[in-house]
Design a protein around this ligand. Structure first.
Ligand SMILES: [Zn+2]
Length: 153
């Protein structure tokens, strides 16, 4: 099963589930892939990229309530939860571009195809995060352990 980020010519973003990329191409060519909002069949596939909201100065406790998605499978046998978390965060940091306070803008631009899809991280207020989620833009809050933050700066 493949989950693809799709977008119609009117800029509606949605997810499509397909057996494979080929399955998607076949359905697309036959006009079977439609925008659930406007029924447009001119659909483009966006590259999947994680959009992460790292840290949240205004509401660190709320941000900390979100579970990590980056936890890797090749984690050593039995590290402490903290060590695992640090490792997951490091991995995310290595794979994403820091856009700082432009996070909400960048995530939105990517979602609407104005800039290339890539992994980004940055700061967003709870209001910004909520607005992004309302627009169907997948973001997640990811608190960075204080110890790791210090080594980054
Ligand atoms: Zn549409």
């Amino acid at each position: 099963m493949k989950v693809l980020d799709l977008r119609c010519t009117h800029g509606h973003g949605f997810e499509g589930w397909f057996a494979s990329s080929e399955d998607f191409e076949t359905q697309l060519a036959s006009g079977l892939v439609e925008c659930p909002v406007c029924g447009d069949t001119a659909i483009v596939k966006l590259l999947s990229a994680p959009r992460l909201n790292l840290g949240n100065a205004r509401a660190p406790k709320e941000a900390a309530a979100v579970a990590p998605v980056a936890a890797a499978s090749n984690v050593p046998a039995d590290p402490s939860p903290e060590a695992r978390w640090m490792r997951a965060v490091r991995e995310v940091l290595a794979k994403t571009e820091d856009v700082g306070e432009r996070f909400a803008d960048e995530a939105r631009k990517m979602h609407y195809g104005e800039t290339p899809e890539r992994g980004i991280r940055g700061q967003a207020t709870p209001e910004q995060t909520e607005a992004l989620l309302d627009e169907g833009i997948p973001v997640m809050a990811l608190p960075i352990p204080a110890a790791l933050k210090e080594t980054l700066q």
